[in-house]
Design a protein around this ligand. Structure first.
Ligand SMILES: [Fe+2]
Ligand SMILES: [Fe+2]
Length: 398
């Protein structure tokens, strides 16, 4: 079995990438093509688009009818930096009898010695090195000779120069320039719809969060999320709270709710600490995982937003108005039916602190009746709101 492996940030994937891949496909017949979008360690200096969107763009950009193409999650869902030799070891475990051909450019071949454990990597693969004639031929020749000591089947393929660059495409998107020559129509649509490269913080993040919904959850959960957004915006307007921030939190609050359990635990654990995550009731962890997703995948560093995502499941003492609104809108969204809902909704429009006390009382009572574990944050939150409401005003004096 011959597998062609092609990794990259694909932020976005462009026609230059497709050209490289198509050229490699002329070399031999491959039984499988594995496209591997990289992870997002230290997002700010790394990828701009969240992993699920880069994955979708790669799926669209590298669609080859009749070929077995897989866009892999392996590196994208890791928190730590992924080294190629580890990825190759993983692929060798999954496909022990396969020969894995690793597609790289001449630059990577010349810089191979700076890759961690490059000899170990080279021993497990054969490189297909695309030479687009941009680099010094002698340097490349010398690098290839050294690589071949460990990876004797590696080959160099000549290809025509391609000028595309993801960085330049992102800059062009920000200027409103035409990118239709540089990306395929489906990728262009994704970039436009998700506004994922827009410079405006709220335009970008609200559109991206909205675009993510069908990628991350089923239709029922999407309807719930949109209902939460609707009510959250109404409550924000009523109480003079930032509506952009509120709707961004509403759109993201359940982004991890239907993620695989392993991913929820990993994200919540790296946000909270592994021990703290294990001590929490499992039902509340998707809020912490959502905060991790927002921070890592969307570079959202606004504390209030991150708090609103994490506290929407359990509440906490000292919640901000945005947090209270998200908690209440989640509980009182249009599709939910329970006794006393309309009364609680009226209170939420009148006074967020009173509504939080009633909402927490009601949800703790429900958890007790169902004999479900209760998060300590929720108990502290209820005590906080009881004290606050008894004292007749909010702690920050509003
Ligand atoms: Fe939730
Ligand atoms: Fe929810």
């Amino acid at each position: 079995m011959d597998i062609l492996f092609f990794g990259g940030a694909f932020d976005p994937p462009h026609t230059g990438h497709s050209h490289i891949l198509s050229r490699a496909l002329t070399y031999k017949t491959f039984d499988k093509i594995i496209i591997m979008p990289t992870g997002t360690p230290g997002h700010k200096s790394g990828c701009k688009a969240p992993f699920p969107i880069r994955k979708l763009m790669a799926q669209k950009a590298f669609e080859y009818p009749g070929l077995n193409v897989e866009v892999s999650d392996y590196e994208g869902l890791k928190d730590e930096k992924s080294y190629s030799y580890i990825t190759l070891e993983h692929l060798k475990e999954v496909y022990p009898t396969a020969k894995i051909w690793f597609l790289i450019g001449a630059d990577s071949a010349i810089n191979m010695k700076s890759w961690v454990n490059w000899q170990r990597l080279a021993e497990q693969t054969a490189f297909i090195i695309l030479d687009r004639g941009r680099r010094d031929g002698q340097m490349l020749k010398k690098a290839v000779e050294e690589i071949k000591v460990y990876s004797p089947d590696s080959i160099v393929l000549k290809a025509r120069p391609v000028e595309q660059s993801s960085t330049r495409i992102r800059q062009q998107v920000q200027k409103g320039a035409d990118i239709s020559e540089q990306v395929c129509p489906q990728v262009q649509n994704i970039i436009m719809q998700s506004a994922v490269y827009d410079e405006d913080y709220y335009k970008r993040n609200i559109s991206t969060a909205r675009f993510l919904l069908p990628l991350m959850m089923d239709e029922k959960r999407q309807r719930h999320t949109l209902n939460v957004r609707r009510l959250a915006v109404k409550l924000a307007l009523r109480h003079g709270v930032d509506t952009d921030k509120t709707q961004l939190c509403a759109l993201l609050h359940d982004v991890m709710k239907q993620a695989p359990r392993r991913e929820i635990l990993r994200r919540a654990g790296s946000f909270l600490g592994q021990k703290a995550a294990r001590d929490k009731p499992p039902e509340v962890l998707h809020g912490f995982a959502a905060a991790h997703f927002a921070q890592k995948e969307m570079a959202i560093d606004d504390d209030e937003t991150l708090w609103a995502l994490r506290s929407h499941t359990c509440g906490r003492a000292g919640m901000s108005d945005v947090e209270k609104i998200i908690y209440l809108a989640d509980m009182l969204s249009a599709e939910r039916k329970f006794d006393g809902k309309n009364r609680l909704l009226d209170i939420a429009y009148e006074n967020l602190d009173n509504a939080m006390e009633k909402a927490l009382e009601s949800s703790l009572r429900w958890l007790e009746e169902k004999k479900r574990p209760i998060d300590t944050d929720s108990i502290q939150a209820l005590n906080y709101f009881k004290t606050l409401n008894k004292d007749g005003g909010s702690i920050d004096g509003k």
